[in-house]
Design a protein around this ligand. Structure first.
Ligand code: SF4
Length: 392
């Protein structure tokens, strides 16, 4: 990568820190433990103070070098609360010390909720850490996948955490609910169950899969779009509500893109990747979802003790993911909705024989969903006639 290319690269504005590499659940759809990459087996359980300090210094160095006005730091795992309050407190303080005062830091934490109590939330209130909780629906829906290793469901254990976040005392820390779509669950029932916890936002995630290992229930027949139908049921329920009950990032991003705006979801649009992941051992990696494709697919070979974030920006895989439409498959480049879909989530484009130069395995679903939403916002996109540009 030339110096000029580095100057033009989009700096990292989101840093995902794996403060703990294990989990107290054993969900069968987990991208960390249940897919191709098994690197978690060889990593330390908890991020050490030495790695935390070095990572904090790298964030500070990057923020200063690029004059960043703000960075987002996401505390993640495994289950980050297993790292304990002391480690989380230490991490947040170390980053604040290392980052220039002119750079605002927004902290987020994604948890399964089982350990989330008032003690943690008081600490989060002290540091302004926003919390997202994972829940896939009611007990039957959620517990089909989100179970303990001994088979017990987790729904009952998550409810108290969500009730705490709903309370007046902690409401300002409530980031929202992250829900993985399961075709076996009724979409409107799932949505309405989640609404019962008054989340400020819901993230609907498609289960991870790719052309080599297709997602559950994604048929080979590309005229069928079961995931689009599921999402459209939620979209129609959401958009037709008499008042806006919550935010749904995927739908809001698609609408924003249709109106010429930006996406806040990496699942759609042509936004440049600005997220970097630091594992508990200090390894610098690309997004976690790549772990669903092949062993080592998220690795860069870089480490916070040896390498700056600018060196990560120059890594061919990360550089490639900042090339927008030019990095997409020819099928996507010719697709009439490419600016909205963006080829889908990067990990979902994988095929063992040619890597990532493919449409997403959800191409047909994305086309159908976007066409439906475009029709709803009546923008006159080329959406009439048979489904085209589905990549197959
Ligand atoms: S071909 Fe499919 S994956 Fe590619 S942009 Fe179009 S809808 Fe999206």
């Amino acid at each position: 990568m030339t110096r000029g290319e580095l100057e033009e690269a989009t700096p990292f504005r989101q840093v995902l820190l794996k403060v703990h590499s294990r989990c107290n659940l054993s969900c069968d759809h987990c991208y960390m433990y249940e897919h191709a990459d098994q690197s978690w087996r060889h990593r330390p359980m908890v991020m050490s103070k030495r790695i935390i300090d070095t990572t904090a210094a790298r964030i500070g160095e990057h923020a200063e070098r690029h004059g960043l006005g703000a960075v987002v730091v996401i505390l993640h795992g495994g289950e980050p609360l297993l790292a304990g309050a002391h480690t989380i407190d230490y991490t947040v303080r170390a980053i604040r010390r290392a980052v220039p005062k002119t750079t605002a830091i927004r902290y987020g934490l994604q948890t399964n909720g089982l350990l989330l109590d008032a003690r943690f939330l008081d600490l989060f209130a002290q540091h302004g850490i926003e919390v997202g909780v994972s829940l896939d629906g009611d007990a039957e829906a959620n517990d089909r996948h989100r179970r303990y290793a001994d088979g017990r469901g987790s729904h009952t254990g998550v409810v108290p955490a969500l009730r705490l976040l709903q309370s007046q005392r902690y409401r300002h820390l409530y980031g929202g609910i992250l829900c993985t779509v399961d075709l076996y669950n009724d979409p409107v029932d799932v949505y309405e169950h989640l609404l019962g916890f008054e989340p400020p936002g819901i993230d609907l995630l498609l289960p991870h899969g790719n052309w080599t290992k297709p997602p559950p229930g994604r048929p080979d027949d590309q005229t069928q779009t079961p995931y689009a139908e599921w999402l459209i049921s939620v979209f129609d329920r959401w958009i037709n509500a008499p008042r806006r009950e919550t935010r749904i990032r995927l739908f809001e991003s698609i609408i924003s893109l249709l109106l010429g705006g930006r996406t806040t979801s990496e699942a759609v649009g042509l936004g440049k990747v600005d997220l970097i992941t630091i594992e508990t051992d200090g390894a610098i990696e690309q997004g976690d979802t790549l772990k669903t494709t092949a062993e080592g697919a998220a690795a860069t070979g870089l480490h916070v003790a040896r390498n700056s974030f600018d060196e990560a920006l120059a890594h061919p895989a990360i550089h490639g993911r900042q090339q927008g439409i030019a990095a997409l498959s020819e099928i996507c480049r010719r697709c009439p909705i490419v600016k909205i879909c963006g080829g889908g989530l990067y990990a979902h484009r994988y095929r063992v024989d040619n890597g990532f130069v493919n449409p997403t395995v959800y191409s047909a679903d994305m086309f159908r969903l976007i066409r439906h939403i475009a029709g709803r916002v009546a923008l006159g996109l080329p959406v009439k006639g048979p489904v085209r540009g589905t990549g197959v």
